[in-house]
Design a protein around this ligand. Structure first.
Ligand code: ZN
Length: 96
């Protein structure tokens, strides 16, 4: 900080050098890491894409019927794998 602090809040920074939380690791134009506090559950601060990404599932604005959600896709793939295993078992047993 340059000069005298203008307000009492500027005398002590909450996220000072000893703050133990997770820091943003984005590279700045100076070549150093950003070091602002990262958003909770993220690796970056709000200035460096910490909020990037669309909400998943029904919270996404493009959600229509849930047919292509991660859960539906994994369920469908598991069912297809079970069917293929049964078909292979039937072929091995000589059913068809
Ligand atoms: Zn940052």
């Amino acid at each position: 900080m340059i000069g005298d602090p203008q307000t009492p809040s500027q005398t002590k920074w909450h996220f000072g050098i000893d703050w133990p939380g997770k820091r943003c690791g984005a590279k700045t134009r100076q070549g150093t890491a950003c070091l602002k506090p990262a958003l909770s559950g993220r690796k970056r601060c709000q200035l460096h894409g910490g909020r990037a990404g669309a909400p998943t599932g029904m919270r996404n604005g493009n959600y229509k019927h849930g047919r292509n959600t991660k859960e539906a896709i994994t369920t469908r793939r598991a069912a297809i794998a079970r069917i293929r295993a049964l078909v292979a078992l039937g072929k091995a047993a000589g059913l068809y």
